[in-house]
Write a protein that binds this ligand. Structure first.
Ligand code: 2PG
Length: 200
């Protein structure tokens, strides 16, 4: 018996480089979602949830179009957010980043992620496969949470668009990180969303 969470960052947003808060997927983003759907084709999902933002919703809809039986719902617990603030030991390299976010954003993000942990990391008594289509920081926070890393550590746990991260829990055991940011389904030209070239 095992509970599997498949965490996916949405596909590339159109004009993301212009810093728009949200928007439709780019043609590359749509292709990333199609390839991910093919990759996930054999998984017997029980549920799928997505962030209500447009880039995540469209990604979810492309995946669902290839999986007619998939039950898909928006969840505000998967909105893009700032999951926590910095700690005294947070490397100075992140000062500028954390300096650009407000206390209110941190408070809202922390509350959201606490609720997300209660909802999505709870134990189940049967086999489950659940798909979460969400955002870079949210996925980094889930990985940090299951590994018991320091609260601020999500800040440098990053994923490409439509990269696949899998967490699994078996009864009586802690969560395992099965894969992180798996990009085998994406050719090099579709590995987008990180600030540095990512052609591994
Ligand atoms: O702005 C980003 O880098 C991330 C933060 O989570 O958002 P998104 O995954 O929506 O691109």
């Amino acid at each position: 018996m095992a509970h599997h969470l498949y965490l996916v960052r949405h596909g590339e947003q159109l004009d993301a480089e212009h810093g728009l808060p949200d928007g439709p997927l780019s043609p590359r983003g749509r292709r990333q979602a199609e390839l991910l759907a093919e990759r996930l084709g054999g998984v017997p999902f029980d549920n799928a949830w997505h962030s209500p933002l447009q880039r995540a919703t469209e990604t979810a809809q492309i995946i669902a179009a290839k999986m007619p039986a998939l039950s898909l719902e928006p969840s505000p617990l998967l909105f893009d957010c700032i999951p926590t603030g910095p700690a005294p030991e947070t490397p100075k390299a992140y000062d500028a980043f954390f300096g650009s976010v407000t206390e209110a954003e941190i408070e809202a993000g922390s509350a959201q992620m606490e609720d997300a942990a209660s909802e999505f990391l709870r134990s189940h008594r049967e086999d489950r496969h659940e798909l979460l289509i969400t955002h870079n920081f949210v996925i980094g926070w889930f990985v940090r949470e299951v590994l018991g890393a320091p609260d601020w550590r999500w800040v440098s746990i990053n994923q490409v668009n439509c990269g696949l991260t899998v967490l699994t829990q078996r009864p009586g055991r802690p969560w395992s990180l099965v894969s992180h940011n798996d990009i085998a389904h994406l050719p090099p030209e579709l590995r987008t969303g990180l600030s540095e070239p990512y052609a591994i």
